[in-house]
Design a protein around this ligand. Structure first.
Ligand SMILES: [Zn+2]
Length: 428
């Protein structure tokens, strides 16, 4: 099997149509993750793996960006993967990008903190003047109803997002200085904001991205609805599908209007396991013949816990202990994720109950199978944010990952392939 060469000097790195961000807290599941991508390829669907890890995760787990690079390179070598792959400096800003410059070739510029802060009045005025040609009834191909654009609306969007995009430009140029423009892929992320972005906001954000000279190949907006960590999407599915399709149409139009990279596509930061939007996403990308980048994060860590529980012996002991410790440190662990978790504390089993569970019972409570009566989304969310407890176990935890590698790897691969790749990119 051959792949088109990527990273040629003239073209720079070009992200393929379908790609999957595979987060891995403890950097032990690279092979198991890549195996899922290989399975998809054997089904005729090419998906590019992108190993992503944020500064926040590195800090909690005490890993470094070079660990992710090593993990990715090793998995690729061991499994003989000949396709492209990338290492994503996920959610970086000016204050932490430097530590990623050597190891990453994909940079997710997170400027959410700068949204809602206004750029200078001159900049805003210049932006509104430049784009007032879109004032009136803006018809975008493949969007049924025209958008009504007023100068006031453009100004409002500029006030909310222009400073953030300028910040992204600063980070982008900083990475260019260190790596050279041809040697990395750029994503712009604004998903960790309070409000979702409308398709019209997306359009003018992309105008600003083009003005900054950022060759964004993916953009991660905040979509409508709740994206809680580790559990399914909550929100209006019809509205999600409509906005998602409008975003795709807006991107295609913006690429043409603003001369952005032709392969620019949406990046969905899923917070893991947004199963109910996978089918709408699949339908929309088929309909528009669009690409997509889907980022998962904690899914793999939870599969490690499931694998450890099923493996039994000290594996099960560790899984039980992670739960009881996490429960005892509920506020500390949940605090940083308060806006993206909804845990009903009255539905969390006591440590005594969990300590009496078999490995299968533990796995059934944790595994994301909404059809299964034993599945407990409250326990799942707590464990999702409880990876710090495993990190503190240090060698005891990672040693167990190695001891029980086979059973864990099987869970990791099946989870990524069956629950994610298959539903988004392959279908039935
Ligand atoms: Zn994100």
């Amino acid at each position: 099997m051959t792949f088109e060469a990527v990273g040629t000097e003239r073209k720079g790195m070009i992200l393929q149509k379908y790609s999957m961000g595979i987060g891995d807290r403890f950097a032990h599941q690279g092979k198991a993750q890549l195996q899922a991508i290989i399975t998809a390829r054997s089904e005729g669907v090419d998906i590019t793996p992108v190993w992503n890890k944020s500064h926040r995760e590195h800090t909690i787990v005490h890993t470094t960006p070079s660990d992710v690079r090593r993990e990715a390179d090793r998995a690729v070598r061991d499994l003989g993967w000949t396709g492209p792959y990338y290492v994503d400096a996920d959610h970086v800003g000016m204050k932490n990008v430097d530590q990623f410059l050597d190891s990453s070739d994909f940079f997710t510029l997170d400027v959410a903190d700068f949204t809602g802060k206004s750029a200078g009045e001159d900049d805003i005025k210049a932006f509104v003047d430049k784009y007032k040609k879109y004032v009136g009834s803006l018809e975008i191909p493949n969007v049924p109803e025209a958008f009504e654009i007023t100068p006031g609306l453009i100004e409002q969007i500029a006030r909310k997002y222009l400073l953030a995009v300028k910040e992204a430009g600063g980070i982008y140029r900083h990475v260019v200085e260190a790596r050279g423009a041809e040697n990395f892929i750029t994503e712009v992320s604004i998903d960790e904001t309070d409000d979702p972005q409308t398709p019209v906001e997306m359009f003018f954000i992309l105008a600003a991205v083009a003005d900054e000279g950022i060759p964004a190949q993916t953009i991660a907006p905040k979509f409508t609805g709740r994206f809680n960590k580790g559990v399914d999407y909550e929100g209006d599915l019809e509205r999600f599908e409509k906005e998602f399709a409008e975003d795709l149409a807006v991107i295609a139009f913006a690429v043409e209007q603003f001369h952005l990279p032709e392969n620019l596509k949406l990046s969905v930061h899923s917070g893991s396991d947004k199963f109910s939007i996978y089918e709408p996403i699949r339908r929309a990308i088929r309909k528009f013949d669009a690409g997509a980048h889907i980022k998962t994060a904690g899914t793999t860590w939870l599969e490690e816990l499931i694998g450890l529980a099923i493996a039994g012996r000290d594996g099960l002991d560790i899984a039980r202990e992670v739960y009881s410790t996490a429960l005892g440190r509920f506020d500390e662990l949940c605090g940083p994720y308060a806006t993206v978790i909804d845990i009903d504390r009255t539905k969390l089993p006591s440590p005594d109950v969990v300590n009496g569970w078999t490995g299968e019972q533990y796995a059934a409570a944790l595994r994301h199978d909404p059809e299964c009566e034993a599945y407990n989304p409250n326990l799942r969310q707590l464990l999702h944010v409880g990876y710090k407890v495993a990190a503190e176990m240090g060698g005891r935890y990672t040693g167990a990952l190695e001891e029980f590698e086979d059973v864990i790897a099987k869970n990791v691969t099946e989870n990524i392939y069956d629950r994610h790749l298959k539903r988004i990119f392959i279908g039935d």
